[in-house]
Design a protein around this ligand. Structure first.
Ligand SMILES: [Zn+2]
Length: 328
């Protein structure tokens, strides 16, 4: 950029990089809660891309993908600026937990935050204030929950801002993920968690194209997932004309418009009949439920044509449990 970019305590002049922190508040120990931040300010003008990770503290793949990008970017060759917050909930990260142990808060439902609220809301407040000032695009890196078996997929939340949403979708698809789930947050949804209060949705509502990439699984570092996440981020920089190079095109990507939870009626042992990202048809068997003597109790079938987002990771089901998460 033709000006210095400052985020928290990090200030990078044109053609330089800087490290620093976004300060939040003090803990009882006196330690300051801080979010580490990298600012890579290009020598040339261009958009400002913010990459966020570990909003849930046990989602590790995105941290490593983002830090690999920090190493790979040469500010002398960059147009625009890349800002990276690799660990956006440090309290949950230390605990290797999804939520903050101090107040049980889910940072993913805490935006835009509150300056004097519980600590998780304070993290959201200080984080989002910097995002609002400094981001033209935001990519939020997550991972699928530990109770699910899945492959990487993405989530794009619509809320009646078509121009921003079009730019978000264009950027999303160059990340090369096969299954991309758009969700109309204004409509009726069957979702595992509330969609409100999320960083990506708050960004979309103020004109910052944004989406979530669910990279692999929580609680793990998966090298193939880390590398494909990194490749997608590099392709994003090419798409935004922030670095030189041909944008890699991807074939056969799916964009769905609704998501739903599939539940079993009977309790027992679950044996899956499909795989994540399979495209199944109405009436196809998704899984079978057996009793402890091996007798078949139930065949859980697809109620409509659908793509499998994720499946229950373990084989123990109680009546009404979620056995699959689908999109159409
Ligand atoms: Zn997450």
């Amino acid at each position: 950029m033709n000006y210095a970019v400052s985020v928290g305590t990090a200030t990078a002049k044109p053609g330089e990089r800087a490290k620093g922190v976004i300060e939040v508040s003090r803990l009882a120990s006196g330690d300051m809660v801080t979010l580490p931040v990298h600012v890579i300010n290009g020598a040339k003008d261009g958009p400002r891309l913010w990459i966020n990770a570990a909003l849930h503290g046990n989602e590790f793949n995105g941290i490593i993908s983002a830090l690999r990008l920090v190493e790979a970017i040469d500010p002398a060759e960059l147009s625009g600026a890349v800002i990276i917050t690799p660990i956006s909930n440090p309290l949950a990260f230390y605990a290797r937990a999804r939520f903050s142990p101090q107040d049980g808060g889910n940072l993913g439902e805490s935006y835009p935050g509150a300056a004097t609220g519980p600590i998780t809301k304070q993290i959201a407040f200080h984080h989002f204030n910097e995002v609002k000032k400094n981001a033209d695009y935001l990519i939020d890196l997550h991972a699928s929950g530990v109770t699910n078996r899945s492959k990487s997929y993405s989530v794009l939340k619509y809320s009646g801002h078509p121009e921003t949403e079009k730019r978000a979708l264009d950027l999303l698809l160059v990340n090369g993920i096969h299954l991309n789930c758009s969700v109309d947050t204004l409509g009726k949804n069957d979702e595992p968690v509330p969609l409100t209060g999320s960083l990506d949705l708050e960004c979309m509502q103020i004109g910052i194209p944004s989406f979530m990439l669910e990279l692999g699984h929580a609680n793990r570092v998966e090298e193939d997932v880390v590398q494909s996440g990194f490749n997608g981020l590099v392709n994003s920089l090419r798409h935004l004309k922030m670095i030189e190079g041909e944008v890699v095109k991807h074939e056969g990507q799916v964009v769905t418009t609704e998501r739903f939870i599939v539940r079993c009626k009977r309790s027992g042992l679950v044996v899956q009949a499909v795989q994540p990202h399979d495209h199944v048809h109405r009436g196809d068997i998704l899984c079978r439920i057996y009793d402890p003597f091996g007798e078949l109790l139930e065949e859980v079938c697809a109620e409509k044509d659908m793509h499998i987002i994720s499946l229950k990771e373990d084989c123990v089901a109680s009546s009404g449990d979620r056995v699959a998460f689908g999109a159409a």
